[in-house]
Structure formats: structure tokens, C-alpha cells
Design a protein around this ligand. Structure first.
Ligand code: SAM
Ligand code: SF4
Length: 478
């Protein structure tokens, strides 16, 4: 394919999909496609989809109705728009998507989108194409790297997928079926990708994976590396000032990873560590492979390694047979940990997963009521955590200009958006900010110095031994 064609990519769901969408755009850039934000102007529209809960999957079909209307309008002007469905709904539903939505020309699963150029060539010949294979060739090696301009346009904080898939088989979850078995990228490939990003101006990297701390990619010497070891190596890449990783399984928080929180100043003191439930009975039925006590012990060890550590989590309410007592155990775990934020969901039965077959599904109104109570508890902790930031100083990486002239927005070590008066020239810099005001979703402050200048601290909780039941600084969820 050649010429200035346009592609519009819309990502649903998790950060892994955002990363995949970028890599699709990079691969298509090599085929002459430029990205456009306007779906109606595009020659190719890709919906990169999420299958994790029923609502997420159904959203795709309502979006496809809109795509059909755009496609018909373009056809009246003599233009063709190709509509592709990629990602986890594509993987799970395959040809069924085209049956339900004949406007779709191409269905490409989450493991085969490196084949997009060849698949599009088949669509051009007039075929409706479905590819949901798990090919043996390496996906990441086959994808094109972003240009420095594309990297700069995506900002100073970037995601890098280091691991994909999952072997845990939690009984509620579709990921092992849609993303396949755990696969870790070789360490050298990841380090080279981070170095390229840093050369284009990226200052913060978040290593991502469905189960990122199960990372066991091959190191340069041929032996597998842990995520702890990989973080040490990535921290050495010139220009990279901050590191994060997500999403972690509590059962894979091994010693070298916990030690990395003690030893790497650039590893941010904020961890998203999903627990799902505080009841051992429900954790066992979910096949989570850890108990409540083991989770609490892991939190304790992380706080010992880095006292200013803050946590966020994921919760599912209304898993089959969850009693009021089980739910009470979840609320008491929240109270015991003191979270900075959390994502919480009503259990959604997913076809093909073991939990969907269980008796004693919980009634919808009970789920809704429990979700509200849980969210109120988390909101209180998050607000208390933010309130503790008032008057404190910490380092902020400036990422973009604000809504108002003369304002820039960055992220605290705890992922909170922080707004300060400042110039666009500071984007990509890290400055010390004193927090002077709070709103529901943001902190406001003033720049008091560059890192290392007087007044700079390691974080809002530097030097403190956080008390239990005392919420720590915050994230809006993971
Ligand atoms: N691998 C991560 C872990 O083990 O915690 C989570 C990955 S999953 C993409 C993100 C979150 O979606 C989960 O932590 C869980 O809370 C939620 N989730 C997954 N399946 C669900 C379901 N069937 N119903 C409701 N929430 C679900
Ligand atoms: Fe899903 Fe996470 Fe469990 Fe894997 S560990 S099955 S991704 S919830």
C-alpha cells in the first residue's frame, strides 16, 4: 500500500491495549498510513477492544453501529472505509463479530496484529478476513518501532509491554483465553526499546503486562531475569528518571522485586496490587492462589522496604456465593491496608470461565449495593490520602500544558495529577512542587525548585513510618 492514507484507532480497556494500538499505528506508518483523530476522515478504522466484562464487550457493538453510519456516508461520497475489530473481543468472538456486524471487514486477534499489512491486502481484494491465530513467530519482533516524532507526540511518559498473557486462570477471568499463555520479551529487546524512547525525550517508563511481575524473560547471558533485575537494568538507561510497573499479581511479589523498591530511587513509591476480595473463602473460589494474610504480609514487606509506599487495588464484589460476611471481610481488609485508590467492579459472568458456571450467582441489586459501600470506603481513603499531601513538597514530572494559559500539569510520585503555574518549556522536566490546594481529582501547587534543591523531599511521606489504617498517597485506580 502507498500514499497518504489515514487510520483512526480507538482503544478500549487496559494499558496493554493502548500500547498495542500504538504499535499498530507504528506498523501501519510503515505502510503509508498517517493517524487521524477523526474517524469519518479515515480510510481504515480499528477498534482495539476489551472483553474483560460484559459491558466492555457490548460497548464494541454499539460503537460498530456508529462505524456503519460513517462507512455509509463515506460510500455516498465515493470513499471506502475499512472497519477492523482488533484485540480481546476479536480473539474471543472471531467470525461471530462479522455475523453480528456485517460492516466489519477484518477481525484480528490480540496475538496476530503484526500481520495487519498482509491482512489489509486481502481485505483490499474484497475478502472479509478473520485471523485469531496464536502464531509461532514473535509478535513484538515483527512490529515496527515508532518514529521519534510519534514517540514525542505520545508524551514524556510511556508504556512498554514486557510480558503478555497469563497462566493463573482466576476463575472469573477471560485473559488466559484471550491473551494466551504467559510470554516474556527478552530483556535486551526491552532495554533497546526503552533506550529509543529515552532518546526521543521519554522520562518515565511503565513496564506493563497482564501479570507483569511474573516476568521471566531471557537475559543477555541466556538465563531468565526477574522483573526486579529488569527494573535495575532499565533504571540505568540514560534519560529515564522514573519507573513504574503494572499490573502485578500478589503471589509473584518475590524478594528481588521488593528489594528494588528499597534500592531504586527512580522506582516510584506507588504500587497497584489487585486483591479482588478480603475473604479467604472467596479468594480460594476465585483461584487467586494467595490468602488474605499473605496479601497483608506482602504489603507489610513493601512498606518495610520503602516506608513512603502507597497502594491501589482492584476489587470484585458479588462473586458467586459471596455472603455479607465475605463482603465484610473485604471492607475490613480495605480498612487494614489504607489504600490510596482502587478500581472496583461488580462480578460479570464471562462465557467459558469456570465461575460463570457456578450456582449461587449474586443478585444484581445486592452487587450494586455492595459496590456503592465499597466505593464510599475507597473514596474516603483516597480523600484522606490527598488531604495528607496538602503543604507537602514532592517531585512532579510535567507532562502537558493545562486547560488554562500559563498552567502545566504533571504527575506526583503517586500518580496524582498536579497542576502548577508554569511554562510549556518545563514539559519533560521534574520539579519540586509544594501542594497548596486540593480538588476532587487534582492537586494544585507551586514550583519551589528543581530536584535536589532545598525543600525537595523524596515524597509526601518521606521519613515517616506509615501507620496502618492511615491512607497513603493516591492513584485513581489501575
Ligand atoms: N492480572 C491482574 C490481576 O491479577 O489482578 C488483573 C487483570 S484484569 C485485566 C483487571 C481487573 O478486571 C481485575 O483485577 C479484576 O478486578 C477485573 N475483572 C476481571 N474479570 C472480571 C469479571 N469477570 N468481572 C468483574 N471484574 C473482572
Ligand atoms: Fe486474569 Fe489477572 Fe487472574 Fe490472570 S492473574 S487470570 S489476568 S485476574
Amino acid at each position: 500500500m502507498s500514499g497518504a492514507r489515514k487510520v483512526h484507532i480507538r482503544s478500549f480497556g487496559c494499558q496493554m491495549n493502548v500500547y498495542d494500538s500504538h504499535r499498530m499505528a507504528d506498523t501501519l506508518a510503515g505502510e503509508g498510513y498517517a493517524e487521524t483523530a477523526a474517524a469519518g476522515d479515515a480510510d481504515l478504522i480499528i477498534l482495539n477492544t476489551c472483553h474483560i466484562r460484559e459491558k466492555a464487550a457490548e460497548k464494541v457493538y454499539s460503537e460498530l453501529g456508529r462505524m456503519r453510519r460513517l462507512k455509509e456516508a463515506a460510500a455516498r461520497d465515493g470513499r471506502r472505509i475499512v472497519v477492523a475489530v482488533a484485540g480481546c473481543v476479536a480473539q474471543a468472538e472471531g467470525a461471530e463479530i462479522i455475523r453480528r456486524a456485517p460492516t466489519v471487514d477484518l477481525v484480528v486477534g490480540s496475538q496476530s496484529f503484526q500481520r495487519l499489512p498482509a491482512l489489509l491486502a486481502r481485505v483490499e481484494r474484497g475478502d472479509a478476513v478473520v485471523d485469531t491465530e496464536f502464531p509461532v513467530e514473535g509478535k513484538f519482533g515483527a512490529l515496527k518501532a515508532p518514529s521519534p516524532q510519534a514517540t514525542r507526540a505520545r508524551g514524556v511518559s510511556a508504556f512498554v509491554t514486557v510480558q503478555e498473557g497469563c497462566d493463573k486462570f482466576c476463575t472469573f477471568c477471560v485473559v488466559p483465553y484471550t491473551r494466551g499463555a504467559e510470554l516474556s520479551r527478552p530483556a535486551a529487546e526491552i532495554v533497546a526499546e526503552v533506550a529509543r524512547l529515552a532518546e526521543a525525550g521519554v522520562r518515565e517508563v511503565t513496564l506493563i503486562g497482564q501479570n507483569v511481575n511474573a516476568y521471566h524473560g531471557v537475559g543477555p547471558g541466556g538465563a531468565p531475569w526477574t522483573l526486579g533485575r529488569l527494573l535495575h537494568r532499565v533504571a540505568e538507561v540514560p534519560g529515564i528518571a522514573r519507573l513504574r510497573y503494572t499490573t502485578s499479581h500478589p503471589g509473584d511479589m518475590e524478594a528481588s522485586l521488593i528489594a528494588a523498591h528499597r534500592d531504586l530511587a527512580g522506582l516510584m513509591p506507588h504500587l497497584h496490587l489487585p486483591v479482588q476480595s478480603g475473604s479467604d473463602r472467596i479468594l480460594a473460589a476465585m483461584n487467586r492462589r494467595h490468602t488474605r494474610a499473605q496479601y497483608l504480609r506482602t504489603i507489610e514487606r513493601l512498606r518495610q522496604a520503602r516506608p513512603d509506599m502507597a497502594f491501589s487495588s482492584d476489587f470484585i464484589v458479588g462473586f458467586p456465593a459471596e455472603s455479607e460476611q465475605d463482603f465484610g471481610a473485604t471492607l475490613s481488609l480495605i480498612d487494614e491496608v489504607g489504600f490510596a485508590g482502587a478500581y472496583s467492579f461488580k462480578y460479570s459472568a464471562r462465557p467459558g470461565t469456570p465461575a460463570a458456571e457456578l450456582d449461587q450467582q449474586v443478585a444484581e441489586d445486592v452487587k450494586s449495593e455492595r459496590l456503592q459501600r465499597l466505593q464510599r470506603a475507597i473514596d474516603r481513603q483516597q480523600a484522606a490520602f490527598n488531604a495528607r499531601c496538602l503543604g507537602r513538597s514532592f517531585e512532579v514530572l510535567f507532562e502537558r500544558t493545562g486547560r488554562y494559559p500559563g498552567q502545566i500539569v504533571g504527575r506526583s510520585p503517586y500518580l496524582q495529577p498536579v497542576q502548577v503555574p508554569g511554562s510549556a518549556a518545563s514539559i519533560g522536566e521534574i520539579g519540586t512542587v509544594t501542594i497548596t490546594e486540593l480538588s476532587a481529582n487534582s492537586l494544585f501547587g507551586s514550583l519551589v525548585g528543581k530536584p535536589g534543591a532545598p525543600g525537595s523531599e523524596r515524597g509526601p511521606l518521606a521519613g515517616e513510618r506509615p501507620r496502618r489504617r492511615d491512607p497513603m498517597p493516591a492513584e485513581p485506580g489501575g
